[in-house]
Design a protein around this ligand. Structure first.
Ligand SMILES: *[C@@H]1O[C@H](CO)[C@@H](O)[C@H](O)[C@H]1NC(C)=O
Ligand SMILES: *[C@@H]1O[C@H](CO)[C@@H](O)[C@H](O)[C@H]1NC(C)=O
Ligand SMILES: *[C@@H]1O[C@H](CO)[C@@H](O)[C@H](O)[C@H]1NC(C)=O
Ligand SMILES: *[C@@H]1O[C@H](CO)[C@@H](O)[C@H](O)[C@H]1NC(C)=O
Ligand SMILES: *[C@@H]1O[C@H](CO)[C@@H](O)[C@H](O)[C@H]1NC(C)=O
Ligand SMILES: *[C@@H]1O[C@H](CO)[C@@H](O)[C@H](O)[C@H]1NC(C)=O
Length: 495
């Protein structure tokens, strides 16, 4: 296992390799992380977000923020003191076989590249904010690997395709040649990570840089922006001709710490694939100052120390800056979360779109035939979450977006108590899953075989009822004599 100091020492070797390094840029180190919490002031202002984010930048990150409140912070976790922006993205978790989700160590904070691609690049305007990526995406329908960029035509140039190609998951091994940035658009599997990625996995996220020239935000926080034809570089589409600074997040996760540990990697938004990786940004720069930086910080080294107008702080000071976690979230352990991810969201491996968001252990309303279709995903998710965990989980899926969002709000206000009255028809499916745990002579588990979920029976009920949370006890594993034990797990699906 590699130690943290080795990782940090080799961090410089791990910086992004861009295809056309001739354009000016600077690489903003954010060695501190202001915090990890289920907060998203861009997408879910004023409420608790459904999944956790790792946050860098202004110390005034909160459930609700404005550019002014961010700027009023007395600190930033990044190197440049004039920057009070907030940068956030879902962190990586490792899901142990006992169901606990452990936050993977984030190595060296984050690097935010400010790349000056294109002509007449301008600073982010006052109040500017944006989101890159799609948290619900779970598949990739374009050729793998990317064909040469000169061959991209038609649908390959659609915003949807470009958005997916704006994600990168680099397998790091500093002893061999580096993979280029945005080379692989999905999270490699655990076997591959264990074998190849001795220095961790680097998550990369390219933001769109073509602006419509008027809106500082939009309802989906995306449609005021577009990607240029080559994701980073290239031409801006019609209607989005204003070129802003191109922003690129880079975060390294110490996946190698879990080498040979049984379990799986999953991003905090319930995504084990990587296709749903995304990031958010709210500017906290003075626009005039940032514009001056765009014009002056052109040294080819890309180092912030080579830009004369930046006031810098050292890494210690960057690491001191923390945001205040709201009271409602203070008891949520985001470092080692029992029974799945913080927020108890389902892990959805796709390929179906993972919207609406569903939860483990929270029941919601609505019966419909369509829910049955969604159930295959649920089964997979509950399988992953609860396999070998102590309790089987009641899983309730719903196709009613309104009901789900109501539950989210209830969850937000008081995460441990969810209740509201509604008339529902439920199909209760009793499921059974066989888990065989092999043990050695000392009784230590050596291997676990998990069978698929079997439907035992199902019934329908229509009631007026209160939405509730439940966790039912699993039956105890029955010991077998011949060197292995054997158990059954029972759960219920409501939909
Ligand atoms: C910022 O304010 C907080 C809360 O008042 C304080 O604990 C912290 O030391 C301050 N940080 C700096 C860099 O002044
Ligand atoms: C699950 O396993 C991990 C790794 O061994 C451990 O740190 C964690 O405490 C366990 N969680 C529970 C709830 O036992
Ligand atoms: C950049 O600005 C110059 C001068 O205003 C203008 O001639 C040129 O067309 C602009 N380039 C682009 C790509 O907009
Ligand atoms: C893991 O990924 C590698 C490389 O993409 C592939 O060759 C291998 O078959 C995958 N293994 C599993 C278990 O999916
Ligand atoms: C770029 O920075 C280096 C120091 O790292 C300095 O020697 C060099 O003169 C700078 N180049 C320009 C064009 O300012
Ligand atoms: C792939 O994702 C898209 C959403 O981007 C979704 O519409 C489509 O149904 C998904 N494909 C499959 C096979 O589920």
């Amino acid at each position: 296992m590699h130690s943290l100091s080795q990782f940090v020492a080799s961090l410089l070797a791990g910086v992004a390799v861009f295809s056309s390094p001739t354009d000016a840029f600077w690489r903003l180190p954010c060695r501190g992380r202001t915090g990890v919490a289920r907060m998203d002031p861009l997408v879910d202002p004023g409420m608790i977000a459904y999944h956790a984010h790792a946050v860098e930048g202004s110390g005034n990150f909160a459930l609700s923020v404005t550019e002014d409140s961010l700027r009023a912070s007395n600190c930033t976790s990044c190197a440049v003191l004039q920057d009070r922006s907030a940068y956030w993205a879902p962190p990586l978790y490792f899901l142990h076989t006992n169901g606990s989700a452990e936050l993977v160590e984030q190595v060296g904070g984050m690097l935010v590249y400010y790349l000056l691609y294109g002509e007449n690049v301008t600073a982010f305007p006052e109040g500017f904010r944006m989101l890159a990526g799609d948290t619900y995406q779970r598949n990739f329908t374009w050729p793998i690997p990317d064909p040469p960029k000169s061959d991209w035509t038609g649908a390959q140039l659609s915003q949807k395709a470009l958005q997916q190609k704006a994600l990168g998951f680099n397998c790091l091994n500093y002893a061999v040649a580096a993979e280029p940035s945005l080379y692989r658009h999905f999270l490699p599997n655990k076997t591959f990570i264990d074998e190849q990625c001795v220095d961790g996995v680097r998550f990369e996220l390219m933001f769109p840089s073509c602006w419509n020239g008027k809106d500082v935000d939009s309802p989906d926080h995306k449609s005021h922006m577009a990607y240029p034809t080559l994701v980073m570089d290239g031409d801006c589409p019609e209607g989005y001709e204003s070129r802003l600074v191109s922003m690129f997040f880079e975060t390294i996760w110490n996946t190698y710490a879990f080498k040979d540990v049984e379990g799986e990697f999953v991003i905090a938004n319930g995504d084990p694939t990587g296709y749903g990786y995304h990031g958010d940004f709210i500017t906290g720069w003075e626009p005039d100052f940032l514009q001056e930086a765009v014009e002056t910080c052109t040294n080819a080294t890309g180092m912030v120390v080579d830009c004369p107008i930046f006031d810098l702080q050292d890494e210690d000071a960057q690491e001191q800056c923390k945001f205040e976690v709201p009271e409602a979230l203070q008891d949520e352990n985001v470092y080692m979360h029992a029974n799945g991810l913080p927020g108890n969201i389902l892990i959805e491996p796709g390929p179906a779109y993972a919207s609406p968001v569903r939860y483990v252990g929270v029941s919601t309303a609505s019966a419909s035939a369509a829910a049955a279709a969604a159930d295959s995903t649920s089964s997979v998710a509950v399988d992953i979450i609860s396999s070998t965990s102590a309790a089987a989980v009641d899983l309730i899926s719903s196709t009613a977006v309104a009901a789900v969002s109501e539950v989210r709000q209830l969850e937000s206000a008081t995460p441990t108590m969810t209740s509201y009255e509604t008339t529902v028809t439920q199909e209760i499916i009793y499921i059974e899953q066989e888990i065989v745990v092999y043990i050695n002579d000392e009784g230590v588990p050596t291997e676990t075989e998990t069978a698929g979920l079997q439907t035992v029976s199902s019934t329908y009920t229509t009631t007026t009822q209160v939405v509730y949370s439940t966790v039912s006890e699993a039956s105890q594993p029955v010991k077998r004599n011949l060197g292995h034990s054997h158990g059954h797990k029972h759960g219920h699906f409501f939909h």
